[in-house]
Structure formats: structure tokens, C-alpha cells
Design a protein around this ligand. Sequence first.
Ligand code: SF4
Length: 957
Amino acid sequence: MLRLFSRKPIHDATASRTADTEVKTTTCYMCACRCGIRVHLREGEVRYIDGNPNHPINKGVICAKGSAGIMKQKSPARLTQPLLRKPGSERGAGDFEPISWERTFEILTQRLGRIRATDPKKFALFTGRDQMQALTGLFARQFGTPNYAAHGGFCSVNMAAGMIYTIGGSFWEFGGPDLDHAKLFVMIGTAEDHHSNPMKIALGKFKREGGRFISINPIRTGYSAIADEWIPIRPGTDGALFMALLHELIGTGLIDRPFLQRFTNAPQLVVLDEGEREGLFAFDPHAGPPGDGRNPHNKLAWDMASNCVVTAYPEGNEQGRALALEGHYTLADGTHVAPAFQLLRERVKTTSPEWAETVTGIPAARIRQLARELGQTALHQAFELPIPWTDAWGKRHETTQGRPVAFHAMRGLAAHSNGFQTVRALAVLMSVLGTIDAPGGFRHKAPYPRHIVPNYRAFNDPSMVQPNTPLNAAPLGFPASPEELAIHDDGTPLRIDHAFSWEHPLSAHGLMHNVITNATRGDPYRLDTLLIFMANMAWNSTMNTMAVREMLNARDEAGEYKIPFLVVCDAFQSEMVAFADLVLPDTTYLERHDVMSMLDRPISEFDGPVDSVRVPVVPPTGQCKPFQEVLIELASRLKFPAFTLADGARKFKDYPDFVVNFQPQPGVGFLMGWRGKDGLQHLKGEPNPKQWEMYAKNNCVFQYHMPSDQQYMRNWNRPYLDFAMEKRWRQKNDPVQLAIYSDTLQSFRLAAQGKSRGRQPPDHLRGRIDTYFDPLPFWYPPLEQACTDTDAYPLAAITQRPMAMYHSWDSQNAWLRQIHSHNYLYVNSLTAADAGIGDGEWCWLESQWGKVRCMVRYSEAVEPGTVWTWNAIGKANAAWSLAPKADESRKGFLLNHLITEELPFKGGAISNSDPVTGQAGWYDVRVRIRPADAGEEAETSPQADARHSVQPDVRTL
Ligand code: SF4
């Protein structure tokens, strides 16, 4: 049975004082920073957790969340056995019977086997914040379904894609600010939840050494609270700020011209004449076909020294060349062209600080001053490190140029429907300052930089979805042209979430936030089974929460559930669990093996790759089984080719065995340390049966330090590029020229304009593609504004995760919920007073999609046009084993009730997402506030119960 709450004491810190303490090392997972921890055990019980001083990520530092991991172990909300919805009970009622794992596997094998043998796409696997996408993605691919993604589409895919399509890397796991050498650090749109301990350690050192820290954010919390200067900005307007900064920097000449000429596509000539090459780069036909973003080698530039056209590289990089960044030119065949930088210069002509002031709320004078600070610090305080290196064209540079301006940005930029172009504008801004993989600027972390566009095509061939057949490509990837979209001949989406379709062509992380809506509607088809891992889609991980809860129960005319079978795997009784037909109890991070792999999401440092593992420090609770083990077992029973020997026997005993022995390429595996039969090889080598033991003996981490001449300028660093290809982090050893101008985006735009010969979007999407696939960055208002009366809803509403809680599951953590058991709406004091709401009083917060009742707190740390709250603190009544009417349900609330998952579009609806990447537009909602009426209940509204009651009109959905 589902335990809804418990009053038993959950931890007696004074018990068993006499027993010996045993200390085991593993890797924290109370947030995604993956610090090394030491778990202190007495009589097999976790008594204490502290930071591991020998771990490269946190060097012994631990945060409140990390030390509170002990309470995760003790949680009364743990799921402890597989559960099957009772026959005849309603989905959502939480009426389950416990079953054995054998019965569980029988049910799944029989059901998934039937789907796989008939129509594999009817199985969908979507996962929350897991760190094993190399395995979950492989499972989906081997199953033969394209319907797979992790949570990135509703988290920060704009940050990943916007940067990767521009500089080949991004922030957080992919790269970050070099605060050891920076003098000015600008943080934009970042809360405390990403990059927690490492960022705090780096910031503390940076400030002690006199660095200047500016935070640009609508809200001043967390990191922003220790900034030297806080610049408040209206949500969704960061792109306008970047465009204005580019206007100033380019206008005043505070740019790194030599860097732009040699290391970016700024000098490459763009065709200006109308036609099928319009807006694409001119190319030398003798050096190969025009290609796309992946084949850039024959593009042209104008050499001012010889006053003639040359190939941009290698010819353009020869000694004595002077590539033009400005001007208009005519090629020998009469084609009119201009350098990409000229087009950028023209683009930013109108994006003045005065214009940006009207958009962002930041005074024009402050924007000008900021531009000066950025440019002068990057150029006039530049320094050189005595590190010689050789570039991709063989030129030896005796020193490495430092550019001491570092940026860091995250979801505040990403979670808007204009986020992709905003992030691109930031990446271009960083590029004109020459701060890419430079000391003091942005630095990559292996295996980044990727190629622009990365050499990973997403599965896109409908004819390859065949019974009992793995896909011929991974479900996720990076399209380089319309030909790589996952669509049918008529242009309709291949995937249930419409990823990689004309609606969201570059949706590199999928659109998990639309799966339930689409599947319920049968758009583009009905599913049979939806497996959700660690994502609370019935509550805080979904937009339009109450409607989605109804969708999960919706039935068709025949009385069948529209999503016929829902499997939920989680460690805790989240709101989603009650909606499951089958519940798979996962372990905690202290009870399982895990890998933070170079194939997936490693924990690399700037100076080289780092991977790490978790090893079980305590046995699984009850019948809990790690999800990885479930996948290995199912893949073996279903006889996926990669999991089966030639004689039909299973290939891998269990997950640890799989990690050691699975090789996507010879010598390459999930873990790069201690490879080879004797464990003496690193990075590449044969499988080592004792690899787990080696990690366990070495603080669960392997770190490789690159030689100093390979630590910087890695987009163009010849020894690094060769090394990275040899180690299979890259498929090619080409240089990665920064894409100031994106011919990839232009190829989509040409299709929309009907000018290219290949695939073209359906007519109703042509205008959308034409507008948003601009090859140069630009700012536009978030899409939701176009369908909102902003006079009626004048405020922006956003959320953040608090420093003490990373995931919704922290609300069942007995220590952490003492810090946040409920949430307030934080409103600028003037705004609240204007609305007639007193500090601590109840108010109604309304969008055009819904309303919530909540309590207001006055704040000076939020710009007046924005209201905000902590995310995922509010809970359904009695969910997560919290007591009925606990503060989380009575006083906590979700902003999700105000957010729609779809926007009106041409008489229909389309995902409330970025039109380029499909990133959920969480932070685009517009709201208004008013006081709650006297006599209203002093509790938040809407209220929901963990045991969901089916609404009478469900069948009409
Ligand atoms: S920062 Fe994150 S990974 Fe590190 S100790 Fe805290 S919760 Fe754990």
C-alpha cells in the first residue's frame, strides 16, 4: 500500500554511540554538482555525511543539502516495493497492491515485447533529472522508439543549444567562467541551484583577490546578494541588453579584431543576392561542395592585403593576410557578398542603449558604462600566460592571450521563448571580446568543444521505425539542416513531443513538457505505454498542472485511458506516483552504482576530463532496485541486440558489468580511468574487470590533467584537436570556428522562404521559421506576450530553486523542510503597496490561464515589474508522506497553475516553447495581483489531494 504519512521519529542521532564508525566515499546527488562525499556509517546506518577533501570538484566543501542526504535515507516517503494499480481502481486514486519484481518484469517484458514487435514508437521513455542518459538513450534506441528524451527541453536546452551552435560549448558541465584569471565577472539569469559548491568556492576566491562581480537578474538572491553590483533587468529582455552591448562595443571599436579574423566566421563572405544561396556563405567549388555547418572548409573571405578573395582558411590564415571584417564586395562571377561581421555590424546599428532601456528597464547610461567596462577589461587589462600553443593551421603562438572578462548564465536566459537567440547573442558578445577558451574568460570542459554543428544527427527516418529493430541513430542530436528533421514526407512530426519537427527544429533535448498533452490528444498518434523516470509530471514538472492531472486520467469514447499504461519509476511518493499503473521503486543515490561518464555528463574540469562514480554505501531499502538495473534487466529479457550474445544469452550480468564491458567504440567505455586488462591505461583501453574497485579506492573519481599547451584555445588547438579525436571525444579534428553568423539557421530560413530545393515547412509554419531562424542574433518579445493583454497582466512572474533544495523531492527531507516548508510570493514593496496588499497578507495572483491564492512578502530585492517565488515547495495535500494539511500544501503554492503548456497559434495551438529549440517558456507568463477578499480561507488555492479524484468531465478531454 502507498504510505501517505508517518509520525514515527525518523532519525535518532544519539543511538548506537558505541559502535565503530566506517567511512565510505561516493558522490553526492543532492544536487547535480556531484561533489565527492564521505559517508560515515555506524552499524550499517548512515550517521553523518561530509565533503571529501580529496575530491577535485569540492575539495572537502559540503553544503546544507549535501549533509542532509542522510534524511533522504530516512524518509517516510520512500517507495519500497513494486506496486500495481488494483484492478477496477481509478488511476490517480493511489490504490495499489504490492507485487514482486519477477511479476513486474513479466508485466513489462510482455507489454513492451508486444509493442516492440508491432509498433515500437508507441512506447515512450522520458526521464527527469537523471545522469545516465547514455544508458536511457541507448535503451530507447535499441527498443526502436524515437520517443525518448530527458528533462533538458523544459530545463535549459536554450543554454546548451544557443551556445553549442555558436561556440561549440556551453556553461555548467560543458564549460564555465575562469575566475582564477578573470578581473570582471558578469553573472546573468542564474539562481543558486546550478553549479553550487564549485561556484561558491570560485566566487569566494575571486572576491578575496579583488575581482569585480556584477549580477544582472530581476531578483537579488543567492550569488547576486554578494555581487559588487546588482543590475535589475526585466525577465525575458536579456537579449536586448546583449544587442545593445554589441552595439556599443562594435561602435566604439572595443572588440578583439585579430581574434575575430582568425578564430570566427566573422570574415567569411555571405551571399547577398536573392536566390537559393542567399544568406549562405560563398564557397570555393574547387574545394568541395558547399556543405553545411559541419563542412565549413571552403568558405571565402576578402583579403585586404591582396585585395582579392581567398578561402577563409587555411589560405586566409596565412602570414600577411588581412581579412576584411567590413565592406561589401563582388566576386568574379558577379555575386555580391559581405563579411558576416559586416552584417552583424548592420544588425546592431539600431539596437542602441536607449532602445534597450525601453525593453530592459536598465538606464542607457548604465548599459554604455557596462559596455565600456567589458571592452576595457577584455582589451586594456589583457595579459598573456607564458603558455605556447599551436593552432589548427600550424601557427605557433608563444603565449596564450588572456581576456579577463568572464560570464556565467543559466535558466534565467534559457527558460523563455526567445531564449535561443538571447543565448546566441551572449555567445556572440563573448566572442567579439575574444573570451572563448581564453584565460580569464570562458573555458571549455572535455569533451567540449563540440563541432559546430555537433556531429550527432538525431534519428530522423520514419521508415526505420520497424518491429524488433533498433534505430539507426540516437533519438536525440543536433540537426544541421532541414534534411535532418524527424518528420514524415508531408512535414508532420515523427515524435510524440514534436521534437525535431518544423515546430521546433533544433530541439536537441526533446519537449518532455508536451508529451502528456500530445499523447492524450493523439497528436501525432496515441501511445501505448509511457514510462516516466524521476519526473513529477503530475505536479511541479508540468505546465498547466491541474489540467495535466486530468489528462493523465482521460479516457476515450470506448472508456480506455487515452494513455493506456503509465509506468512511473521514482524513489519517493511524488504526486506522479498516484497516477501510475505500475510503480518501480528506485534506490537513493547512496544505494546504487552510478556513472558520471564522458559518454554523457562528466564532471570535467577546465584542465582536463574528469569522470566519477557512485558506489552503494548502504544496501537498497526494502525491494528498491536502481532504475539502471531495471533497464539492463529489461533490455536483456527483450533481447536487444546490444545486450544479447550471439547464442541469445544475456550479455551483461547487471549494471556494473554493463558499465565495465559496454563499448560503443573499441577501447571506449562509460568510464575512462583504469582501463586495460591490468588497469594501467586511461582514457582509452580494453575493459578492466576491476575498474569499479579502482574507482572505489580512488575517491570514486578519475581526473586527467591535459598538458598545459592543450588547456586553452581548444576550438583551434592542433594538439588538443588531434588528441580529442584519438580519444574519440570528437569525430573529426577540424578547428571549431565560432559561428558569429549561422548558416545552419539560414538554411531553415531559406526553406521557409521557398528558396531552397530541399524540404520546406508546411505553409502555416513558414512565417514562424522565417522570423526566428535568423542567422544573426536578435531580440524579440517572448511569444506569450503577443497573446497577452499586458495592460491587464502587467507583471512578469518567475521562479527559482532555493539554495537548500534542488529537486522537488527535498520537501520530504526532514532537515531541509525546516528551511522551506512553504513559499511566499515576493513582490517589490512599491508594487505590493500599489496593489493594496500588506506584507504577509494573502493575495490572488492571476494570469490569463489560471489563478493562485498565496501569501505576499515585501521585498526590495526584486525589480518592480517582477514577482517571484521558490519553485516546487508547494505540494498536493498528503503527497510525499507529508502530514495532511502540512504547510507545503496549506501555505505552499506552485506558479505552474498560471502557466500554459500551449499557446494559441493560427486557429490551433502550439507548444509554449522557444520556436527554435522547444525550450519551455516557463518564465514568460504575465500576471496581475490583487488582495484576497476578507473572510477567504487562509490557505493557498488551488488545493489538490495526493489521491486524485477523477473529475466528472474527464471523458470530454
Ligand atoms: S553542492 Fe550539490 S553535490 Fe555538492 S554537496 Fe551540495 S548538494 Fe551535494
